[in-house]
Unconditional design. Structure first.
Length: 300
């Protein structure tokens, strides 16, 4: 099909728009396709007497041809990304500067909060998925079994959009801001079939189940490492002011010699910044997992 030919149907228009956006961020493509399809179908519903091909020819002149809309979205994405992106940290010329400069990166702290909160969100997602699947299996023999299962799967897709907003806010990874469009004019059974055959529906369910072990790992790693680092930083002051030991087992107390206090304090500071670097890398890694499992690929 000629990419420059006037589309004769909404499906052709969306195919041309998807092709024009090839190589762009999948989350942005999903948003663009949603907006375009919603606009086109709204125009078609308001003008039922006009043929689809004739209406699309008019819309291409007002809303824009697929290539024009794609260019608008690419430019808009650059502007919005530039406006929402936090100021980048000042470039560091030395290794020590780059090591300690991680604290100036807002994404580091966003990732830290996300990893700590992931235990709570992981418990919620895992519980929701397991209870939903279990109740769906239990209700399968009853008349309410099918409606309950479909409502549960619809809630999974809704939670994926919510998680995407959390990931984008805290981890800085571009996620969809609108769900995949569902044609309201299609028969109910076709819409249900489209939801159940969409790989993103099932990959979202996998993500929700995966969040519990990931959340436990993230929470334990961050809290234990952070506690040890802060304890090493505070221990010299606690021993000097309140005579508190570094470690106490039963009635045996272990104190650090005063000459080793600077070493102890330096180890705590070093461990804290190593944790910040690790947190930033884990945040990027998890953002990649979320993008792979929660975002509808352009070709899907």
């Amino acid at each position: 099909m000629n990419a420059n030919a006037t589309p004769r149907s909404i499906a052709e228009y969306l195919d041309q728009l998807r092709a024009a956006l090839k190589g762009a961020d999948p989350a942005m493509i999903q948003d663009a396709l949603y907006d375009a399809e919603e606009h086109l179908r709204s125009e078609l519903a308001e003008n039922p007497q006009t043929g689809e091909a004739e209406l699309l020819e008019k819309i291409c002149g007002s809303y824009g041809a697929p290539e024009e809309v794609a260019e608008i979205y690419r430019n808009q994405e650059k502007v919005v990304t530039r406006a929402l992106r936090p100021p980048p940290p000042r470039p560091r010329s030395t290794a020590w500067g780059r090591f300690f400069g991680v604290a100036a990166d807002p994404h580091t702290w966003g990732a830290l909060f996300y990893l700590v909160l992931s235990l709570a969100t992981g418990i919620f997602y895992f519980t929701w998925a397991m209870v939903g699947l279990s109740m769906s299996a239990g209700f399968a023999v009853l008349i309410i079994g099918a409606p309950f299962f479909l409502l549960f799967m619809a809630s999974v897709r809704g939670l994926s959009l919510l998680e995407g907003r959390i990931v984008e806010t805290m981890l800085g990874v571009r996620m969809p801001r609108r769900p995949p469009y569902t044609e309201r004019e299609r028969p109910l059974l076709q819409r249900i079939g489209a939801m159940l055959t969409d790989p993103r529906t099932w990959s979202t369910l996998v993500y929700m189940l995966l969040m519990l072990p990931l959340g436990i790992f993230y929470f334990m790693l961050v809290t234990v490492w952070l506690a040890v680092s802060l304890a090493l930083i505070a221990a010299p002051f606690a021993q000097m002011i309140w005579h508190l030991p570094l470690v106490q087992t039963d009635n045996i107390m272990y104190y650090v010699p005063s000459w080793a206090w600077p070493v102890e304090w330096a180890l705590g500071i070093f461990g804290l910044f190593v944790l910040l670097h690790l947190v930033r890398k884990l945040g990027r890694m998890h953002g990649g997992i979320a993008k792979h499992l929660l975002v509808k690929m352009a070709s899907a």
